[in-house]
Design a binder for this molecule. Structure first.
Ligand code: ADP
Ligand code: MG
Length: 339
């Protein structure tokens, strides 16, 4: 190897980043919805065709992007959310890496229409990351992004994509978790013309739960509330008689971000003590609020894993919150007391 060292082209760099951030159609849905949430939208609609492989469209009524900044939003590491290095330790937005838009654009055909309130809008069309159309557009406040032919230029990734049914279930899971985490926003998911998910967005988390798991299930869930010096825990959990065969119905939300954390999921199950049958898991939506200084979200490009200081204490608090609430509901007279 005696080739010269060179900086790779932005398109190639973006495709490599996409390899980490955009694993499947659901990753596009997640990143676009997170952007819509960060833009203070109150209504977010997601339309997919063929489980997102043909097209994914996310429409929001948020702040929009200034028409002279739309092109920069597609530059790698361009973000309006993180301005200096101190802010990395105080992240309050879902995004901060400035990678999603350039990554998605580099592996698809992407159209964006966006406008700030009362301003002329902008419409851009990109093909594999290259701008092929740039014009003024309607000034409807908010942003519409349509992603077509995902992975058309990365055949290896396209091959890795599973059946439409599997991909759609990932999409539906993504929308569900974000809807549970943001009951103040109304969400809609439509797949091949059929409505799949709808939440009202009236701030009430139990209403969001009703939208996702059905009214009957929501009615059976109990609210929890507990706090310590560092953490505030709230949410809704099912009684031990309402369970599922997988732990997929446990949603853990930290400062508005749905996260995956084995130890804390375990703490939720532990809150039930010995009242769950083997192989059964509760339904739970558990919110944690804490100072952003106590957590590190910059662990993985998809931002689903986070590091929490005093994670053990938080686990104990969650477990206690659930145990206390259940003991109130399921107090069975002690056999000895009846003698
Ligand atoms: P990040 O979210 O990490 O900042 P992205 O690549 O996802 O990076 O987005 C780049 C920028 O484009 C954002 O910082 C934001 O300013 C703007 N943006 C993206 N999507 C939207 C949207 N739906 N509404 C308003 N602004 C958006
Ligand atoms: Mg983003």
């Amino acid at each position: 190897m005696n080739q010269k060292i060179q900086i790779m082209s932005p398109t190639l760099a973006n495709q490599i980043a996409a390899g980490e951030v955009i694993e499947r159609p659901a990753s596009v849905v997640k990143e676009l919805m997170e952007n819509a949430i960060d833009a203070s939208s109150t209504r977010i609609e997601v339309f997919v065709e063929e489980a997102g492989l043909k097209s994914i469209q996310v429409i929001d009524n948020g702040d929009g992007i200034a028409s002279n900044e739309v092109l920069s939003a597609f530059e790698r590491h361009a973000t309006s959310k993180l301005l200096n290095d101190e802010e990395l330790f105080r992240i309050r937005t879902l995004g901060f890496r400035g990678e999603a838009l350039p990554s998605i654009a580099s592996v698809s055909k992407l159209t964006i229409e966006t406008a700030e309130d009362g301003q002329a809008g902008k419409r851009l069309v990109l093909n594999g990351g290259k701008v092929i159309e740039n014009q003024t557009a309607s000034s409807r406040k908010g942003t519409l992004i349509k992603v077509e032919d995902l992975f058309f230029n990365t055949p290896a990734r396209l091959k890795y994509v599973k059946t439409l049914k599997t991909e759609l279930s990932h999409i539906s899971d993504t929308v569900s978790r974000l809807a549970l985490a943001h009951p103040e926003i109304s969400f809609k998911l439509v797949s091949d013309g059929t409505p799949v998910i709808k939440t009202v967005g009236n701030k009430d988390q139990i209403q969001a739960i009703a939208g996702i798991y059905g009214v009957e299930t929501a009615k059976k869930m109990k609210d929890i509330q507990h706090s310590s010096f560092d953490f505030e825990v709230s949410g809704f959990v099912s009684l031990p008689e309402l369970t599922r065969a997988s732990n997929n119905y446990i949603t853990l939300i930290v400062n508005g971000r749905y996260i995956k954390n084995y130890a804390l999921n375990r703490a939720i199950v532990d809150g039930y003590g010995s009242s769950l049958m083997v192989g059964r898991y509760p339904l739970a939506v558990v919110n944690v609020r804490m100072d952003p200084l106590l957590l590190d979200v910059n662990v993985h490009p998809t931002k689903q894993q986070i590091r929490i200081s005093n994670e053990k204490d938080l686990g104990e608090l969650i477990k206690e919150a659930i145990a206390k609430r259940l003991s109130k509901e399921t107090r069975i007279p002690n056999a000895l007391e009846n003698i």
